[in-house]
Design a protein around this ligand. Structure first.
Ligand SMILES: [Zn+2]
Length: 60
């Protein structure tokens, strides 16, 4: 039996723990749209974001 997951977004088969390219492309788009959010917002499971204050401080 093969161990793999199905990408909920595009239906592509993934290795366990592997993130599908389609997700990464979406993430890149978001980052380009809002660079501030790229620095401070950390994506969490469930499509939510939390603000990473430590990262904000590091970036200055
Ligand atoms: Zn996908």
């Amino acid at each position: 039996m093969a161990y793999y997951r199905i990408c909920p977004n595009c239906g592509c088969s993934l290795d366990p723990g592997e993130r599908c390219d389609c997700m990464e492309e979406k993430a890149k788009e978001k980052k380009q749209r809002n660079q501030f959010n790229e620095l401070a917002l950390v994506p969490e499971k469930g499509g939510q974001f939390r603000i990473d204050f430590e990262r904000l401080r590091t970036v200055g």
